[in-house]
Design a binder for this molecule. Structure first.
Ligand code: SME
Length: 175
């Protein structure tokens, strides 16, 4: 797949960061997120705050958002920032569906190299690399998955995985 779509005026292409730059940006974003949500219990309030502040502090976040479990084997799009997201994704399909089924974080260096429609679902051809993290509640139940796309290859690595897994546990499993 090679097509690219014109980006809307309000969206900028990604700019990658080094490991140390990422650690600094995540520390600032995490502090702002935890300060903003305080003892908030509403999941939607938490999700929209996370999307906004991570996209503010991390310049390679092109698309950022949540897909939420609906029924047995389906994900439905939740709060997000970016270009139009796909509405429904089946468990086992695409990167989001695969993570929902396995419960394990997945990093994709080049989405265009994956089988479209099965291994990857292209909601926007500008998305080039991706990380998807499972999101659980305090009782261990799967709330959904957290998905971030970049317009550049290989924007995500171990630093993103560690920081995002810790942040999502801190926000969604605290009583
Ligand atoms: N690319 C994802 C679908 C969601 S979009 O990135 C917003 C996937 O393959 O599951």
């Amino acid at each position: 797949m090679s097509a690219t779509a014109e980006m809307p005026y309000f969206i900028k292409p990604s700019q990658n960061l080094s490991g140390p730059e990422k650690r600094t940006a995540y520390a600032e974003a995490r502090a702002a997120i935890l300060a903003t949500i305080g003892d908030e219990q509403d999941e939607t309030v938490k999700m929209v705050t996370i999307n906004c502040l991570l996209k503010t502090y991390l310049p390679y976040y092109y698309w950022v958002g949540f897909y939420l479990v609906r029924g047995e084997n389906q994900l439905v799009v939740g709060p997000y920032q970016g270009t139009l997201g796909c509405l429904y994704i089946e468990f086992g399909r695409g990167v989001c569906g695969t993570v929902a089924a396995s419960g394990v974080t997945k990093i994709v260096d080049d989405a265009h190299a994956l089988k479209q429609g099965t291994e990857h679902i292209a909601c926007d051809p500008n998305s080039r690399s991706e990380i998807v993290v499972p999101v659980r509640r305090a009782d261990g139940s799967l709330m959904g998955v957290f998905d971030v796309d970049s317009t550049l290859k290989a924007s995500f690595d171990q630093v993103d995985q560690e920081e995002l897994e810790q942040l999502l546990i801190a926000v969604f499993t605290k009583a």
